[in-house]
Structures are given as C-alpha cells and as structure tokens.
Design a protein around this ligand. Structure first.
Ligand SMILES: Cc1ncc(COP(=O)(O)O)c(C=O)c1O
Length: 408
C-alpha cells in the first residue's frame, strides 16, 4: 500500500526539493502521533511547526463542524463574526502601539503583505534580510531568503540586501550588525529589515541583537518586520517570540499553527500607523476572511489561552533541554539541545560516527530517529528538530526522551 501510493505520488506531482520523494503515506494523525498506512506510528517532532495543538484537536474539529453548519464562505466586501473576532483577539496580544491586522491563506503571502505595508508607509522599496533565512516561496518572499536563488528562476524583486545571519560562526552577530549599519549608511531606500527573531533552526540570538536592529531601523526611518510563522503563538514560551528579545517590531507575521494544524491561514499584525493606503489592494485574497479558517484560528488562540499552553511550552521546553543534557552525559554523539520553549533542536557530534557535518550526517540521524518512531528533519549540518506540540503531556515528553536515548 505505502509503496503503491509513494510511486503514484512520485509520478503525479512535480518533483521539488524538500517535498519529494515522500517518506511514507499517512492514514491518520492525532495528538502528537502520525500513523502511516502500514500501521507504523511516529511522534511528530516536525509537524511543519503547524502542530502547536497536535493533530486533529477535538475542539478544533468541533468548531470547524459547527462553522460549516453556519457560514462556510464570505465573499469580499462582506465581513463575518469569526473574522472580526479573530482580528480583535490577535490585537489583544500585541504589546505595541495600536495595531491592525490582515489575513492571508499562507505565510508567504502574509510576508508580502507586510512588505507592501512597509513600502507604502516609507515610500521606499528596498529590504535587508538574512542570507539563508526562509520567508516563503513567492517571488517577493523567496528573494528575501537568498541573495541569489537559482538563475533559471530569473530575477526576484530589486533592492534586496542580504546580511550574514547571527547564527553562522562566532562573529555572526557582529558581522550581521555591521553589515546592516553599512547598508543603511549607503542606501537611503531601505523600507524594512525582515527576519525571524528566533530562526527556526533554533539558534538563540544574543540579547542585544534585536534591540540594536530596532535602533538602526528607527535611526534610518525603516520598518522592522518579524516573521514568526513557525515561532509565534506560544511555541517559544512567549505568545510572540519577539517578547523574549526586548524589541517590538512594526509588523509581525504569524501563520502555520494559526490554522489549528488543519487549515491554511496566516496573519499580519502591524502598527496602525502603516494604515496609509486604503486605496490600494494589499492582500485582497479570495479567502482573506474565510469564516472556516478564521473560526479555526480563533478557536486555536482561545485554546492556547485557556489551557495555558504558552507557559506549558516554556516549562516542557526546559525539561526537554535538561533531559537531553542528561542523555548527553552518557551518549557522546549527543551534544545538547538548543532553542526556546518547544522550538528545539538536538545537536550531535559527527566525529563520533567518523563523519563530517552536513546532509549525509543529518540524514543518518533522521533515519535513526525514524527507526525509534520519531519523525523529524534536519536543522542545519549537525542537528535535528525536537519540535513537540504544546499539548504534549509529561509522560509523552519522557517517552520522546527515552526514544532519543535508544536511537543513539
Ligand atoms: C520562517 C518562515 N517564513 C515563511 C514561511 C512560509 O509559510 P507558508 O509555507 O505558509 O507560505 C515558512 C514556512 O515554512 C517559514 O518557516
């Protein structure tokens, strides 16, 4: 059965890096678990970081069914209760000056809305972003991730400046800040700096980084946009990841888990002073205020609040880091866990297996995890992800640590 569907998948879909070939065929997912058609079960340590509530959360399923029976679509120019309630709810979490929101069906589109807001508010169009980041696959958003995407794809947006990211090398933070300062000094046309405050490879930046970037943006009249598509909504132990770092952006983009791990929805929350171009279409999408996606998102935020999942992420994350440290004391291959809350990665020492850092090493790590019923992905040249849902129980977290110990 698995082989048949894998084969048909490979012949049906265009092949692309990161999506093909598929590993297995799923038939069910619930809580922290995935189950393939052959009945093998895996703890989902990846979940595309959309699984804050785990899979198929019963209250999300119930809300969705209820909404299907009430109002399932809302054409443009009509509003509806779930959309307004979601917008209002998200704004209650915003710690800055008065703000407004817009919704999109995916993170990439929402990033581009944030870029448009920054462009119209500043009258400039250039950007500074981190080389090797990821902001989605639109021609606008993907061009932020890399200075030179494959030449066969043709030109991306003009005016993109890329700086070394804080997570590369001992002097990454210094090089990043020096480059940002240099670009600001040379280019008066910068509309925005855009970055993940905590990159989803789980390298935690030093405390001074984002306040300094905030200061540089203010000094040069540019906007600061934080991409919290994987890290927002409590994943790091704060509702917004930027709340760890002492810098409030002009706009934050959230997505992924906002759809309850089921539906596609993302949001831009931005300073209301960016509301300067009502005559333009900024993110005028067919499903912008879809009552199903917005109801699911509203229920997701309500559950995160009701069940104290932000605090829970912080607490379980601390215990997992300590648990990995304990395993590392008797397992030379494992170095440590890094990250915040439940946005974690485990770091390994490739020399113990006589290997070099890189894809061959992390592929072997991922295989060893898979054999112990842990589904994960590479997080850089020596690490794999340890991203558990926020609904994970203590017993489940202990079970994951035991499986990790057995895998290595
Ligand atoms: C940091 C970051 N930004 C943007 C995106 C794009 O989101 P989407 O796939 O919903 O377009 C992703 C998706 O993985 C992401 O991790």
């Amino acid at each position: 059965m698995t082989d048949d569907l894998l084969h048909r998948d490979a012949s049906t879909f265009f092949h692309q890096h990161g999506s093909s070939p598929c590993l297995a065929t799923l038939r069910a997912a619930g809580g922290i678990w995935l189950e393939d058609v052959d009945g093998r079960r895996f703890v989902d340590l990846h979940g595309n970081t959309a699984h804050h509530l785990g899979h198929r959360h019963p209250e999300i399923v119930a809300a969705l069914k209820d909404q299907l029976d009430r109002l399932a679509f809302s054409p443009r120019r009509f509003t509806n209760e779930p959309a307004v309630l979601l917008g209002e709810k998200l704004l209650t979490h915003w710690p800055g000056a008065p703000a407004k929101v817009l919704f999109a069906t995916g993170g990439s589109d929402a990033i581009e809305i944030a870029l448009k807001l920054a462009r119209v508010a500043t009258g400039r169009h250039e950007t500074i972003s981190l080389e090797g980041s990821y902001h989605g696959h639109g021609f606008g958003s993907f061009g932020l991730s890399q200075a030179e995407p494959d030449a066969r794809l043709g030109p991306f947006l003009p005016g993109r400046h890329h700086v070394p990211p804080y997570w590369i090398g001992e002097d990454g933070t210094t090089r990043m800040l020096e480059d940002i300062a240099r670009i600001f000094a040379q280019s008066p046309g910068i509309a925005a700096v855009i970055a993940e405050p905590l990159r989803s490879n789980c390298h935690v930046p030093p405390a001074m980084l984002w306040p300094e970037v905030r200061r540089l943006c203010d000094a040069h009249g540019a906007k600061l946009i934080f991409d919290e598509i994987p890290s927002g909504l409590g994943k790091t132990g704060r509702f917004f990841a930027f709340e760890h770092f002492g810098a409030v952006p002009d706009a934050v983009v959230i997505g992924k888990a906002l759809g309850g791990g089921m539906l596609p929805i993302a949001a831009v929350i931005a300073d209301a002073r960016l509301n300067v171009a009502p005559e333009l279409e900024l993110g005028h999408y067919t499903h912008e205020k879809n009552p199903l996606t917005t109801r699911v998102a509203l229920t997701t935020v309500q559950l995160i609040e009701r069940d104290g999942l932000v605090e829970r992420a912080a607490e379980v994350g601390r215990r997992l880091i300590a648990g990995v440290e304990a395993i590392a004391r008797t397992t030379p291959l494992i170095v440590k866990a890094r990250g915040l809350g439940l946005l974690l990665a485990v770091e390994f020492d490739p020399h113990v297996w006589g290997m070099a850092p890189g894809a061959a090493f992390t592929d072997r790590l991922v295989e060893a995890c898979f054999a112990q019923g842990l589904s994960t992905t590479s997080k850089g040249p020596v690490s794999v992800g340890l991203s558990l849902p926020l609904i994970v129980t203590d017993d489940e977290a202990n079970d994951v640590l035991a499986r990790l110990g057995r895998a290595f």
